[in-house]
Design a protein around this ligand. Sequence first.
Ligand code: SF4
Length: 360
Amino acid sequence: MSLMLTKEDLAKYPFLKESATFVESLQLDLSDLATEEYSCVLMKALARIRNGIDRTAKPVDLSDPETEILAYPLSLAFVYGSKSNWLLNRFATVEAKRVEEELRREPEGKLVEIAELGFAWDIQQENLKLEWEELSFSMPVHAYLEAATGFNDTHWKLINRYVKGGRVFLNSGSLSRLISEGFKMKIIRRGAERELADFRLPEALRRHLDEIMKYAQRNAQYDEKLPQGLVSDARPPCIVAIMEDVKAGKSLSHMARFALTTFMVNVGEGVDEVLKLFGNVADFDEGKARYQIEHIAGMIGSKTKYKPPKCDVLRSFGLCVGMNESCRNAKHPLNYYRRELKRMSRFGGQVDARGRKKRV
Ligand code: SF4
């Protein structure tokens, strides 16, 4: 093992060769991990997948690093065994997010070591102080281009980077992001390899896979495609109430703005339509509002399209304004909306291609 890497590091960064070596040294197979003796490992692996489904990047439990080291390949086996690209992408994205957060807390020397051991990148420590930032690392241009291919944001373009002597200079945040993206791609590419096409989980683990898939399906509903554009009659009461407050020019809490904006972008309204809604609000600042809407819609920044908060959260912020009959089983405003669309089309209020209610 490297001089600087501890077992805790292997638990945090499962893409390191040393983590795999540690697992191999135990000579266990997947069926062993389904036995009572390894129930802690199984629990941790399942929790890790649920975190992926919930988009929650929780740090690993460093009080028991060996269990965490073993839980990672088991969670990966579940993900590959599910044959679900949705689950694979969600798991890889959240694991990458978790790793990025861990890396941002590491000293510079360790970042270099992790990048080298994990991806064989030739990273050098630098000490370049520009007017607006400090660039503490550099890597060869070709390696940088390969590592940053998945990023659309313009600040990753080579033209916007400091390049000298065939090397791209980076700050620690950028290097952490590149490493975490490399990890994400590793998980996704491995899933596409031919040898995994026939991979099946051992019988003893299938029951857990079924539970995971049920859990994923309940949550995956949020990702189902909705018709483009708001269908007013299908709006849940909480969103109707916020829209009425907006219309009346009342000032809105941060959560109310967030709930309304996320709801609108998720039902397919464009930035300009959402912007128009807020025009009446007393402290309206178009530039700021546009930036926030674009961010929430995943057009800029982290490129993540945000979902509206669940009903529980809206309730705790006092934004759930008395549930109606349809609210009873809806745990999420988008569930409510989706069900209302279905109900409307069943009872004659059909929905056209833009999602607008049609007269029949
Ligand atoms: S139950 Fe949910 S959907 Fe219904 S009003 Fe409350 S927050 Fe909105």
